[in-house]
Design a protein. Structure first.
Length: 441
């Protein structure tokens, strides 16, 4: 995690102190279930909770100091879970011998990771809701603001800026659905012991821990939770990041000097360039483009983690120590930043109209071609007639309407009034309400 691109609530999920808190809760809840099953004394489970609460209080009071104590033990044991249990045992006392009965490290590590990913997903869903609200507000604001639609970066046909934003809103709606599904899929608990057979730990322990932590039980854990679940989770993050970059790239293009249809808010005292005082650069959306790339970079390692040796190895472990915090923290920051960009986006309707008119009506070429075919001209002839006049207008020799009026082949089929009517902007926006109902309901 990089502090520059981290927000405290998400970063806190991945802090060592929070991880150790989750580890303790897994162990303590498991002890409750074991006590209920008669595997360990009930008073031992109570002592484990009491000593554990003291440990957690110490951890909260001095996170750095206690994390270092655990790390110091690990430097000797070369095992992170054993190091934690050793430190925890100092607070519990003799009853610490009942902690971790029949369990294996993956029971703790995988279940803890599931809790962290679930908590991270909850924050990301909140982020998406805020972004969707901002996009919805701006889309409605510019529902009928005419602008040029582009294909290949070239003027195509008219649309509205609201329709553009509605398309991005729909994309983030889909991202939300994927993230909710990914949260459900990754939020599983494994307390099944060595090689996942429950030989030394009753399945009811797993069920109890899962219930307490808001997880579901893993049907077959093999000692680890299958990593296809995690791959799907990081894939959902990546698709969301791709949608972030898609919108960020749109804004970057619209802010280009020769376009200037919209731009990032430029605050009082902000500087665009160390050399050129006039610059107003799309720095936020450029930053979002880079952040999206980092989130997407987690996908291939997550997919490669699916393949493990037999019932368990730890080739996935080092990978997840990176991509778990980095991908969720970065996406959290990116969604919040994009929400701010959308909310404060400066829109220039007059520039949109100017660009829409820049080619002298060429954007209505398809409508003229279709009208000619409706009047009886073949499609090939209609295309050729419209194109030859469009190319003249493209070169700036005359307006498209004037050229079409002077074209004998076109005038054979279309009257002057009919031609003028074909240059109506309203024709292209007549179904905007339908699009908005589909997106916003």
């Amino acid at each position: 995690m990089i502090a520059r691109y981290s927000r405290p609530p998400m970063a806190a999920i991945w802090a060592p102190a929070n991880r150790f808190r989750i580890w303790f809760e897994i162990e303590a809840h498991a002890c409750d279930a074991m006590a209920a099953a008669g595997v360990i004394p009930k008073q031992a489970a109570e002592a484990i909770w009491a000593g554990g609460h003291k440990a957690m209080a110490a951890l909260e009071a001095d996170p750095a100091g206690n994390v270092e104590k655990i790390d110091a033990i690990e430097r000797v044991t070369k095992h992170d879970v054993i190091a934690f249990l050793t430190w925890l045992g100092e607070f519990i006392g003799p009853d610490s011998r009942f902690v971790h009965q029949g369990m294996t490290s993956s029971d703790i590590l995988d279940t803890s990771l599931a809790v962290q990913l679930k908590e991270a997903a909850d924050l990301l869903i909140e982020d998406l809701d805020k972004l969707l609200a901002a996009l919805g507000k701006r889309a409605l604001e510019h529902k009928n603001t005419p602008t040029i639609g582009r294909s290949h970066g070239i003027h195509a046909e008219p649309t509205t800026f609201g329709v553009k934003l509605a398309g991005h809103h729909a994309a983030f709606q889909r991202s939300r659905v994927r993230l909710v599904a990914a949260r459900t899929e990754v939020a599983t608990c494994a307390i099944s012991g060595a090689v996942g057979t429950f030989a030394n730990v009753d399945p009811r322990v797993e069920e109890h821990v899962a219930h307490k932590l808001g997880l579901t039980v893993e049907p077959v854990s093999t000692q680890v939770i299958p990593r296809d679940r995690h791959a799907a989770f990081f894939a959902a993050l990546a698709v969301c990041a791709a949608s972030i970059e898609n919108l960020a790239t749109e804004i970057r293009h619209l802010q280009r000097t020769e376009v200037r249809e919209a731009e990032e808010f430029f605050s009082q005292g902000q500087k665009g360039s160390s050399a050129m005082p006039h610059k107003r650069n799309p720095v936020l959306t450029e930053n979002l483009t880079g952040l999206a790339r980092m989130v997407r970079s987690a996908v291939v390692p997550a997919l490669e983690n699916v393949t493990l040796w037999h019932e368990r190895d730890i080739s996935h472990s080092s990978v997840e120590r990176y991509i778990g915090p980095d991908a969720t923290v970065t996406l959290d920051f990116a969604l919040a930043r994009l929400t701010g960009v959308v909310d404060q986006l400066v829109v220039y309707p007059e520039r949109m109209k100017g660009n829409l008119d820049a080619l002298g009506g060429l954007v209505f070429s398809q409508r003229i071609m279709l009208a000619l075919t409706q009047k009886g001209m073949s499609r090939e002839e209609a295309y050729a007639a419209v194109q030859r006049n469009a190319m003249e207008a493209w070169r700036g020799n005359a307006s498209f309407l004037a050229l079409c009026r002077a074209d004998r082949d076109i005038r054979t089929f279309l009257s002057d009034d009919e031609l003028v009517a074909l240059f109506d902007m309203g024709y292209h926006t007549k179904h905007v309400d339908t699009i908005f109902k589909r997106v916003f309901g």
